[in-house]
Design a protein around this ligand. Structure first.
Ligand SMILES: NC(=O)C1=CN([C@@H]2O[C@H](COP(=O)(O)OP(=O)(O)OC[C@H]3O[C@@H](n4cnc5c(N)ncnc54)[C@H](O)[C@@H]3O)[C@@H](O)[C@H]2O)C=CC1
Ligand SMILES: O=C(O)[C@@H]1CCC=N1
Length: 274
């Protein structure tokens, strides 16, 4: 299987790391391009043993799947650049936030198979939470291929496209919310004068353990929280501060803002259609 990437940034690199770790295809059958950063191309060749090219025909022509991972602001220009090389046989997988299949179809001017997916950077360690949706031209074989590739680097849920902005806000951006929370825990540990290595290990294991409990216990988050919270104890004292500061409301507002921004990216960058 040959997989090509257009865009060589955070998400492409995370996916490539995961795909290589899971031996999904030979390294040299993964090919990538970026706008013009040759240094980055060399770095990726050396790091992963993958192929790089600025020849769009070479990149797209023989690929079983073309993963499009440029920023929404660059979508218009990059789609214009690749249009001449896209045929009805191309399987095009966009991971861009906010950009619709309809826009991509209009830009590519061909009835090729298109998937819109939203992975996250945990793909790098095989733990992405990916949502995916397909246009009607995607064959069963292409759908199975995409599902197997994304499932190799995490879990995959097939969804309707209208859910994508919400999912982008929830699980596309999601890892960053947890990293932000960990930054706060690191600050607290530092203020206590705890040794950094030790506190980091404890924080990470606490996060992993909580995630595992949510995944396997079958219990709701609220019930698991209750089990940690002894009446008159430490957790209760801590959580009451989060409640006073309306932390849950802030978190909901955070995800709402990300959702609005995903919609906005579509409005902003799809309007420049040529
Ligand atoms: N970073 C993340 O956690 C996630 C990002 N995404 C989506 O993936 C896309 C890429 O995001 P990042 O990897 O974070 O961005 P990035 O800024 O790290 O990488 C973007 C890449 O696109 C390339 N590029 C830009 N214009 C190009 C052109 N005309 N031709 C060829 N390559 C071009 C750049 O050279 C760069 O390699 C975005 O649309 C984003 O919404 C989706 C899921 C998660
Ligand atoms: O922040 C962003 O726009 C991208 C989409 C999901 C995660 N990162």
């Amino acid at each position: 299987m040959k997989i090509s990437f257009i865009g060589a940034g955070s998400i492409a690199e995370a996916m490539i790391a995961g795909l290589i770790e899971k031996n999904i295809c030979n390294r040299e059958n993964i090919c990538i391009t970026n706008r013009n950063n040759k240094l980055k191309m060399t770095e990726l060749e050396e790091k992963f043993g993958i192929s790089t090219t600025y020849d769009m025909n070479e990149l797209i022509h023989n690929a079983d799947m073309v993963i499009f991972a440029v920023k929404p602001k660059d979508a218009n220009e990059a789609l214009d650049k690749i249009r001449p090389y896209i045929s009805e046989n191309t399987f095009f997988v966009s991971v861009m936030a906010g950009i619709s299949i309809e826009f991509i179809t209009d830009k590519l001017k061909t009835n090729c198979a298109i998937a819109r997916a939203m992975p996250n950077t945990s793909a790098s360690v095989g733990k992405s939470a990916t949502a995916i949706t397909f246009n009607p031209f995607a064959s069963n074989r292409q759908k199975e291929m995409a599902l197997s590739i994304f499932s190799a680097i995490g879990i995959t849920e097939e969804v309707e496209e209208r859910q994508m902005d919400a999912i982008t806000a929830l699980s596309g951006s999601g890892p960053a919310y947890f990293y932000y929370m960990v930054e706060a825990m690191e600050r607290a540990a530092e203020q206590f004068g705890l040794e950094k290595d030790t506190s980091n290990k404890l924080i990470i294991q606490t996060l992993l353990g909580a995630a595992e409990m949510l995944s396997v216990s079958g219990k709701k988050a609220a019930d698991l929280r209750q089990e940690v919270t002894s009446p008159g104890g430490t957790t209760e004292a801590g959580i009451s501060v989060l409640q006073q500061t309306e932390m849950q409301e802030a978190f909901v507002a955070c995800i709402q803002a990300a959702y609005e921004q995903s919609k906005q990216l579509g409005i902003m960058y799809e309007s420049k259609i040529t």
